[in-house]
Design a protein around this ligand. Structure first.
Ligand code: CU
Length: 216
């Protein structure tokens, strides 16, 4: 059962990615070109400003704490990077998570001035303990929280940010960025590079530092 799911997940990701690349780089004769693109993060990224309302949904953080998203995101003045992942994914999610890890590394001490949130789209498998282990694997700092919860809650959050695609096998890479509470979300479809995310974040971090706002 488990291995079957794994195979399906891989195929879903590859098919999805292959079709995305085929659209972007048509004509595309190399059937494995998407793997190269994925490794380099060079596939095209679409950037759009959106007005998603943060859903009033309670999730569970990897440390077991219940977290209401509205309170969590409204009550925090920091810029927010948000993505959706599951820990057993072997295709898209490792790339997204590695990208967040790289952003964290390059921000250095300034990482504390940014909030990073990864929401599991496979909450039944991704227990808080699993997420803790996953976070450790990527050396996630205290500014980066990993959230799970009920399937209903996870789907609700995915719908609120328009990333729900029916099941985890058909997910696509999306990163969301919000500069400040109440502001619009920037949606990056595709594999946003660490450089691209740092570009979004840097100006905000500089302002934030000058304002002397408190960090947690
Ligand atoms: Cu994935």
């Amino acid at each position: 059962m488990k291995s079957t799911n794994g195979v399906l997940a891989l195929c879903g990701c590859c098919l999805l990615f292959a079709s995305a690349v085929a659209r972007a780089d048509d004509p595309q004769s190399d059937p494995h070109a998407h793997h190269h693109h994925m490794m380099q993060g060079a596939a095209s990224v679409t950037r759009t400003a959106t007005n998603y309302a943060v859903p009033d949904i309670t999730l569970v953080r990897s440390d077991g704490t219940r977290v209401n998203l509205v309170q969590d995101l409204k009550g925090d003045p920091r810029p927010v990077l948000l993505d959706f992942i599951y820990t057993t994914c072997t295709t898209i999610c490792p790339v997204l998570t590695q990208t967040f890890a790289e952003v964290q590394r390059r921000l250095g001490a300034d990482a504390a001035k940014v909030k990073m949130v990864s929401v599991s789209i496979d909450p039944e498998e991704d227990t808080p303990a699993r997420l803790t282990e996953y976070a450790k694997r990527y050396q996630a700092g205290p500014q980066w929280e990993f959230l799970t919860g009920t399937l209903e809650a996870s789907v609700g959050v995915q719908r609120a940010f328009d990333v729900y695609r029916g099941d985890k096998m058909s997910h696509s890479p999306v990163t969301l960025y919000r500069a400040a509470p109440g502001g619009p979300w920037i949606r990056l479809d595709g594999f946003a590079t660490p450089d691209a995310l740092l570009d979004e974040v840097h100006q905000q971090v500089a302002q934030f530092s000058q304002g002397g706002a408190q960090t947690r």
